[in-house]
Write a protein that binds this ligand. Structure first.
Ligand SMILES: [Zn+2]
Length: 322
């Protein structure tokens, strides 16, 4: 990735900030379009992590494209703007300032006495972010692992993510012990509810390809929810992309997480993410004297992490469901 390529992403992200700064309903860095026709409330959120530019590029693309909802309402929000913007001792966009904004979405935390800049912004955005019928939360990753959809734990979100099918890897999981994600919160997690939220990891933070994935995912999401028509994809996407044949979605359920115990953890191969290991009992990593073996056949390695410190999750293991 060249400096020039990153510069273009930064420029588009900044343009998305400028276009949404005035805000909607008193909430800065948000915009809403109402078709005036019946239909769902559809929301795309970007920059939940301030250094994940691709989502803001997708928001910029939608605003620029002139595509507006044909049914229902479309809301576009930018999450952790404070972490994106340069600040004291922080010339570059950062993931967060005080705490991870995608681990604060439990009601006791949102409604409790704790204070942080991320909690403040989450409280401000909550009326919008927890009011959608369909929500897409756009993210990117530290390493260049393959893009995927995280659909949380409800069957309806897994079905929706498979119908979206872009990216084609769909991962169902139970979230993080460190705190609740937006997609696991409020109406999106109600077992008998109807609201659906998915998170898409579009690729490496600064790669142009991640931004292209974010744009295509966003437009396909808007078409799937009925916010846009299928024919809108042709005008919104690069020529040929709308009609391109895409691989069938694969749904993977996370069963285990490998937590690093020593400072001598290493993978046996340079895994790219979503690698499928055919045989149970295959050695994939060593953690000091502990061998890490796959627990079952066709085990999928979900988001292997390059930052290998004790206490962190090195990789999650998943089983192919369909
Ligand atoms: Zn993220």
């Amino acid at each position: 990735v060249t400096t020039q390529e990153v510069g273009i992403l930064m420029e588009r992200a900044r343009a998305a900030l400028n276009a949404t700064r005035a805000g909607f309903a008193g909430i800065p860095y948000a915009v809403q379009f109402d078709s005036g026709q019946p239909g769902p409330h559809v929301l795309i959120n970007a920059l939940m992590h301030g250094n994940e530019l691709c989502g803001a590029v997708a928001v910029h693309h939608i605003l620029q494209s002139g595509l507006r909802p044909r049914r229902g309402r479309l809301t576009l929000t930018l999450g952790n703007v404070g972490a994106f913007l340069p600040g004291e001792g922080k010339p570059q966009p950062a993931r967060c300032r005080d705490q991870d904004m995608n681990r604060v979405w439990a009601p006791d935390l949102l409604e409790g006495p704790e204070r942080s800049r991320e909690l403040e912004r989450a409280r401000e955005l909550r009326p919008l972010l927890q009011s959608a019928d369909f929500l897409l939360d756009l993210h990117s990753m530290q390493s260049g692992t393959v893009p995927l959809i995280l659909c949380g734990s409800t069957p309806r979100a897994a079905d929706f993510a498979c119908r979206l099918g872009h990216p084609f890897w769909v991962v169902a999981d139970r979230g993080h012990a460190a705190g609740r994600r937006l997609i696991d919160s409020g109406p999106y997690a109600e077992p008998d509810g109807r609201a659906v939220a998915v998170l898409v990891e579009c690729g490496q933070h600064r790669a142009p390809e991640s931004a292209r994935t974010a744009v295509e995912t966003s437009l396909r999401f808007l078409a799937l929810t009925g916010c846009l028509d299928g024919t809108d994809l042709e005008s919104g996407l690069e020529p040929g992309l709308a009609a391109r044949r895409r691989p069938a979605p694969v749904l993977v359920e996370v069963t285990d997480a490998v937590t690093i115990a020593t400072d001598r953890f290493r993978f046996l191969h340079a895994f790219r993410g979503m690698d499928t290991v055919a045989r149970a009992g295959t050695l994939i990593a060593c953690d000091g004297d502990r061998d890490i073996l796959t627990p079952y056949d066709d085990c999928v390695l979900v988001m292997p992490s390059p930052s290998l410190r004790p206490g962190q999750t090195a990789v999650r293991l998943g089983r192919i469901v369909r």
